[in-house]
Structure formats: C-alpha cells, structure tokens
Write a protein that binds this ligand. Structure first.
Ligand code: NZQ
Ligand code: ZN
Length: 392
C-alpha cells in the first residue's frame, strides 16, 4: 500500500427536489454574481433551468446564463464564458448538466482566475493558481466531474482533447437528484454506467500498492453499477436504481476507489480521448469499444488483478489456469457491455478509421501522455497502435 492524500471538499446534497436548494447553497458558499452554464438544451426542455432561475430570482441572486456546452466540450465556448464572466463580474459558477457542462464551467473558472491562455493548462505549459468557485446540479450519472478534480476540453483546431486536473476545480457543492436523470436517452444512461465502472477499473488494474479495503469498495461499486445498469435497461424510471448509479458515479471518480494504489492505469481513457476528439463519440461508448482490446493486450502483465476482477466482479467460476479465468472475466465484461447496448469494438461504435487515422490517434495519444503510460502494462506508441488495430 502506498501513502495517499484523500481530499473531497464537495458538499453533496442528494435526493428528490434538491435542485430547489441551489440558491441556499450558492449563498452558503458566498456566490453573489452567478454564471449558470449548461449544455445543448436538455435542461431547457425538461424545465430544470427555469426552476433553477426561479429559485435564484426568489432569493434575489443575480445571474447570467450561457448554454451550448457540447459533449466533448469545446475551447471556443470556454473563451466566450471567460469573457462573459469578466464583463459581468461573475464570482461563482453554477453548472447545470453533465460532465460536458461541468468541465466547460471548470475551464471557464480557470480562465477567469489565471492570466494568459487557459489552453496552456491543458497543453501542459503551466499550472493553475486557482479557479472560480463552482457548484453543480447534475443531470447525468457518468463522469464524476461533480466531485472530481478534472476537466476535459477539446480544442477545435487539430481536434485535440485534453484533461487538466487540480483540486482548485473540485466543486463546492453537488446537487444530485436521481429523478433529473430519468429524461436521459437509454444510450446515455448506458454510456454513463460504462464510464462510472471504468473510472474504478482504471484504478483497479494496477501493478502497485493495492489495498484490501480499496479493492472491496471498488468491487462493491462495480457490482452495484453492473446490477443497476441492467435494471435501468428494462426500467429507466426506477428511482432506486438511478440513485445507486448516481452515487456510484461520484464515488468512482472522487479518489475513494484509488486510495493506496499507484494512481491507476488510465490508458483506456487516454485511448478513448483520441476517439472522442477525432470522431466526437460519446465518452462511455468509446471506452466500451476500446476496453476489450486493451484488456487482452495487457492482462498477462497484470494477471492477479484480472483474475480477482473475473471472480469478484464478473462472478466467473474459480477453475482452470489464472490466464483462463482472466480471459473469461474479459469476455464476461464484453458480454455485459453488449447486454446494455454498448459497443465492444470501433465498428460497433460506428467509426471507420483507416490505418493512417489509427496511426495519427496513436501518435497524438503518445504525445498526450508524454511518451508512454500505464500501470497494468506500460504502453508506448507502438502498443497504442496495436490496441487501436485490435479494436477495429
Ligand atoms: O447537452 P444537453 O442538451 O444537456 O444533452 C446531454 C448530452 O447530449 C444529454 N443529457 C444530459 N443530461 C440529460 C441529458 N438528456 C436528457 N436528460 C438529461 N437529464 O446527454 C448527453 C451527454 O451529456 P454530457 O454532459 O456530454 O455527458 P457526460 O456526463 O458523459 O460528459 C462527457 C464529457 O466528460 C468528459 C468526457 O471526456 C466528455 O467530454 N469526462 C470528464 C471527466 C471529469 N471531468 O472528471 C472524467 C471522464 O473520464 C470524462 O473524460
Ligand atoms: Zn471517463
């Protein structure tokens, strides 16, 4: 077990009707002039945005709004948000939506507080000195951005998708009403469940510093999401299943399921980010399409963890060689993806890169991780290309 820091400053307000507490929470955290930031319009159609602005109006809290954060959110809108915040003297951000609106808000927060081009943070050129305080009303259980230290932004020029992490961007509060996720298309619900599981799996498949308690939490979380994802396929309005998944989403990416290990593997995410940047696919679906090829490429170098995963999460029978058990676990995971209508390769994901495209993604991915990365197995550009080819 390695030493670790565990820092989760986000106040979670969970349950039915909690969005009505937005004004109270903003006041508690000192917000005076608010930017309400949201996505492509689902919060307008559902009436949530109106309920939130009514709540702020009633509390006489001044605000401006900026919608338009797209999935794989764009740098262009971040620049627009920074200008708006400076012009309007905004001192607190309220993201209403999913990971894309939250990440875009975090980037806006960095841009207001830090001089120079905000992209320099995502381009590894400098470190943030702060971020505007941020609150969240979550509408999709997926990224865990409502408690995480990260944000992921796509620069339109060159379609470069990069993440930046610092504790400054951890939200002050997260309002989580599972009912708000009931308007999600089934595909997005499944993408979210995939992403949640993957955040814990990235931390689970490591070769360093594992801890029994962390493993038990991780395995319990994975079993919970697996079970409830299947329930939601048949019964999308099931409140308890929505609630289980929503809370799992936050715990999967707030650091809890990584305490004591070496930081995790994260290569499935890095490989997916290139797909998201180039083809604008939904993040969770991209992860599912890559994972099996990644797992088969690395499992021999991380065999004890793959065996443990197979038995404790995928409920594979403990018989045969370790390699056989590990492979049966990978197959069972792919079968699970299929059962929730997630892709298990790039063809099923609906993208058709040629070999030149795969080479470009591997090259960009290698640059993005500073040459090589991974804990289950360290991957270089050649290995990344082999995984992309295997996922065709
Ligand atoms: O944009 P709107 O109109 O709101 O529609 C969204 C979008 O089309 C829709 N949606 C969200 N809530 C809804 C809803 N539709 C109906 N009813 C609702 N209640 O769902 C679609 C996806 O939304 P988005 O915010 O893009 O999804 P998600 O939360 O999966 O975020 C994905 C982004 O987050 C990044 C991903 O790479 C991707 O860019 N990530 C962020 C992380 C972080 N900050 O910690 C970690 C992750 O690994 C991930 O990389
Ligand atoms: Zn993710």
């Amino acid at each position: 077990m390695f030493d670790f820091n565990y820092y989760t400053p986000t106040k979670v307000v969970f349950g039915k009707g909690t969005e009505n507490k937005a004004a109270e929470l903003i006041k508690e955290f000192g917000g005076k002039k608010i930017l309400i930031h949201y996505g492509g319009g689902s919060v307008v159609r559902s009436g949530l945005l109106k309920r939130v602005t009514d709540c702020l109006d009633a509390a006489e809290i001044s605000y401006v709004t900026l919608g338009g954060a797209v999935p794989n959110p764009h740098l262009g809108l971040v620049y627009e948000g920074i200008e708006l915040c400076k012009k309007e003297n905004v001192d607190f951000l309220l993201a209403v939506g999913g990971g894309s609106a939250i990440d875009s808000a975090k980037a806006i927060g960095y841009g207001v507080v830090n001089d120079g081009d905000v992209w320099d943070l995502y381009d590894y050129k400098k470190e943030a000195k702060g971020c505007l305080p941020l609150g969240v009303i979550l509408t999709i259980a997926a990224t865990g951005s409502e408690m995480s230290d990260s944000s992921v932004i796509t620069k339109e020029e060159g379609l470069v998708k990069r993440g930046y992490s610092s504790d400054y961007s951890r939200p002050r509060f997260a309002i989580m009403n599972p009912e708000l996720t009931m308007t999600l298309p089934d595909y997005q619900t499944a993408c979210g469940c995939t992403d949640i599981m993957m955040h814990t799996m990235e931390r689970y498949f490591t070769n360093g510093g594992n801890m029994g308690l962390t493993d038990s939490l991780a395995e319990g979380l994975l079993r919970t999401v697996k079970k409830n994802a299947l329930i939601l396929c048949k019964d999308p309005q099931n409140y308890d299943a929505r609630a289980e998944v929503m809370w799992a989403g936050s715990l999967a990416h707030n650091g809890l399921t990584g305490c004591g290990n070496d930081g995790g593997d994260w290569m499935t995410h890095k490989l997916e980010h290139e797909l998201g940047g180039l083809y604008d696919v939904a993040h969770g679906a991209g992860l599912a399409a890559i994972w099996g090829s990644w797992a088969r490429y690395v499992y021999k170098d991380c065999l004890p963890r793959f065996k443990k995963f197979a038995i404790n999460v995928m409920e594979v029978e403990d018989s045969g060689s370790d390699e056989e058990i590990a492979l049966r676990g990978i197959e069972a995971m792919e079968e699970f993806y299929r059962s929730i209508n997630m892709p298990t390769n790039l063809r099923e994901l609906g993208v058709k890169p040629n070999d030149g495209d795969l080479e470009l993604m591997a090259k960009k991915c290698a640059i993005g991780v500073g040459g090589e990365m991974g804990s289950a197995k360290v991957l270089n550009e050649e290995a990344m290309l082999a995984i992309y080819r295997a996922s065709m």
